[in-house]
Design a protein. Structure first.
Lengths: 114, 112
């Protein structure tokens, strides 16, 4: 069964600290993996997208890694800011259909305290 | 910044009412989607469209219906709302390759 599992479910860190969020998936065949940031009451916003051949991609203070062999990804946030408080969602796309179906994780709720 | 808009942002209605959630995008995307999201849960695809006059049901069964008469407009309708329809509804659109998926801000629907 194609699934995307994220950990931890929630995380609280102090402003300025770094953190790493995890994503494990069983989606096959794999096309790409995306990380989204979703502020409370808003729609998700894309942070990074990685294909099979990419093992790291950065977007400012956000760095995503991908290990396609172990089917694991991580999102590292450096020097956290209060505005980083949000849900971070891992999404995996397959290439087994014309739709290119997306499988969503439940997200990690990050809270950054001053 | 994504040019995809949803209205209303919040809607509280009584059981049995007919409602339409609006979604419009100005990016000229052919593909549009409706997702349903409950707190702490993953997004579920309920409807999608590949272009004008093309609509398909998604993975999650929904009593809602959609239409795609114009490229930029993808409204979702509930003929008779029930408390079980209470949820957040997110509209999205994408480029042809679906690599870039843009979401609207969502409509939080509460049915009393």
């Amino acid at each position: 069964k194609n699934q995307v599992e994220q950990s931890p479910q929630s995380l609280i860190i102090l402003e300025g600290k770094n953190c790493t969020l995890q994503c494990n998936y069983t989606v096959s065949p794999f096309s790409n993996l995306r990380w989204y940031k979703q502020d409370t009451g808003r729609g998700p916003v894309s942070l990074t997208i990685m294909t099979f051949s990419e093992n790291t991609k950065s977007n400012g203070r956000y760095t995503a890694t991908l290990d396609a062999d172990t089917k694991q990804s991580s999102l590292h946030i450096t020097a956290s800011q209060l505005s980083d408080s949000a849900s971070y969602i891992c999404v995996v796309s397959d290439r087994g259909s014309t739709l290119g179906r997306l499988y969503f994780g439940r997200g990690t709720q990050l809270t950054v305290w001053p | 910044e994504a040019d995809i808009y949803q209205t209303p942002r919040y809607l509280v209605i009584g059981t049995g009412k007919k409602i339409t959630l609006e979604c419009s995008q100005t990016m000229g995307h052919d593909k549009m989607y409706w997702y349903q999201q409950d707190p702490g849960m993953e997004l579920h695809l309920i409807h999608y469209s590949y272009g004008v006059n093309s609509t398909e049901k998604g993975d999650l069964s929904s009593e809602s219906t959609v239409s795609r008469i114009r490229t930029e407009h993808f409204p979702l309708t509930l003929e008779s709302a029930r408390p079980s329809h209470t949820s957040q509804y997110l509209c999205a659109s994408s480029t042809q390759g679906q690599e870039k998926l843009f979401f609207g801000s969502g409509t939080q629907l509460s049915v009393l």
